[in-house]
Design a protein around this ligand. Structure first.
Ligand code: PLP
Length: 430
């Protein structure tokens, strides 16, 4: 269905996800409900292994900000990928399931003293240094603890990611990384090389998110290769890792293509061969950090339809029992989703409606102007491609408890995150 692996229709028109019926899931777990298709996640990890890790000796770190909880950490651990974390909370989650710390990359543009101390104590594999403040803090911590740590340095290569403004992170005007248009990045390298505790292993850039073109990664590699060459010429030090970040795009609606990881990794590795050769450099180990690409299309959110408001000649609003608290991406990025009526897949007659949430915000719209079979109270709406940046960005706005997460795989289901209760909402209130 729409090219999604694992979405099928039962004989009575009911949506099945990895062979599990949606009416069964709704009855068992209630709505709203995040459903993650494990088969899809594993298939995508397999694709990354074949087309980056095995084929090119690359390293792939799952960008956990896309979707993280203990079970997702266990899956990544079992599959042998690295983990990219950006906060003490993500790091703590990894630690809670004994994730191998040497395979953790710690990111962030304002890591605190406490978070960096935690990373040093746990012995994470790489810290990606984002700014001078971090160099100061890390030097203090490492001196005090008589330790050393491997680092990569994040730079902003000044590339426009051609995506929604708020998820562009590679351009010069960015809160992330050291600018390259002046001497900042090279000065940071000098400071790191002069530091006793910091081992400079790599250079890192992340040029945006939900990208569907691969030539932008070629440009990124070219800029990083030149930078590695400049470092060698200026300081006589040769870096052996480059990290191209994440950003690999997925299918949300008919405007998007569904791309295999090789579409991106082949271009990245060809560019590495070309430009590291051009600048007389040894071939580095290439890191990538896919988040959305691994989990995005694996997620489906199930809602129940409630109030329906037909403003004649204007718009028909259909309210569901979730909204911007479980999926902020439409309000935040004007994201566009595809949805189906899970219990009416065999109905062809359609009408255009706008799906809205139950939050006290006019902007709480999940999908504008979508063509669906006539919706009635109690119908199950399934919003597709909600695996990334939905659960992980969920909030308790309006004191709405967060939905549970269920994993389905080949006819079986298992709860991996419980539904929050009203008592959970009160937990920290004094
Ligand atoms: C440094 C870094 N790596 C990886 C990612 C993951 O991006 P995506 O989920 O688009 O692959 C992000 C996203 O913001 C990021 O900032």
């Amino acid at each position: 269905m729409f090219g999604y692996r694992g979405l099928t229709m039962a004989e009575d028109g009911m949506l099945k996800i990895s062979d599990v019926r949606c009416d069964y899931l709704v009855k068992k777990y209630g709505t709203p409900l995040y459903v993650m298709n494990e088969e899809e996640i594993l298939e995508r990890i397999r694709d990354i292994k074949q087309n980056h890790i095995l084929k090119y000796n690359g390293v792939a770190a799952y960008a956990s900000k896309a979707f993280l909880n203990k079970e997702m950490c266990r899956i990544i651990k079992r599959e042998g990928l690295w983990l990219d974390v950006v906060s003490g909370g993500e790091l703590y989650t990894a630690k809670s399931v004994d994730f191998p710390m040497e395979n953790v990359i710690f990111h962030g543009n304002n890591k605190t003293y406490e978070e960096l101390s935690m990373a040093v104590e746990y012995g994470v594999g790489r810290i990606v240094i984002d700014n001078f403040n971090e160099i100061d803090i890390l030097e203090d911590i490492l001196k005090e603890n008589k330790k050393t740590i491997d680092v990569q340095i994040r730079v902003t290569p000044g590339i426009d990611g051609h995506t929604h403004e708020f998820i562009r992170t590679g351009q010069v005007d960015s809160k992330f990384g050291f600018p390259m248009h002046d001497e900042s990045a090279l000065y940071a390298v000098k400071r790191i090389l002069n530091s006793e505790g910091l081992n400079l292993r790599g250079v890192h850039a992340h040029i945006g998110s939900q990208l569907h073109q691969n030539n932008i990664y070629r440009l990124e590699v070219e800029i990083l290769a030149k930078f590695v060459g400049d470092i060698k010429n200026l300081f006589g030090y040769e870096i052996d890792e480059i990290n191209c970040g994440g950003g690999f795009g997925i299918f949300y609606n008919e405007e998007d293509k569904r791309l295999p990881i090789s579409f991106f990794t082949d271009v990245i590795h060809e560019a590495v061969d070309e430009f590291f050769n051009k600048y007389n450099l040894k071939k580095p180990t290439v890191f990538i950090e896919p988040g959305r690409w691994i989990v995005g299309e694996a997620g489906v959110t199930l809602y129940k339809v409630g109030a329906i408001k037909d403003i004649k000649g204007v718009r028909k609003y259909v309210s569901v029992d979730g909204g911007m608290t479980d999926n902020i991406r439409t309000a935040l990025y004007s994201a566009k989703y595809t949805a189906v009526v899970a219990n009416k897949l065999n109905i062809d007659d359609k009408e255009v409606v706008t799906i809205c949430g139950k939050c006290c915000e006019s902007g709480d719209i999940l999908i504008r102007d979508i063509s669906l079979p006539k919706l009635e109270k109690g119908d199950i709406l399934a919003v597709l491609s909600t695996g990334a940046y939905n659960y992980s960005m969920a909030s308790n706005y309006n004191r709405i408890p967060r939905p549970p997460v269920v994993i389905v795989n080949n006819g079986k289901d298992r709860l991996i995150v419980k539904r929050e209760t009203y008592d959970d909402i009160l937990r920290n209130d004094i």
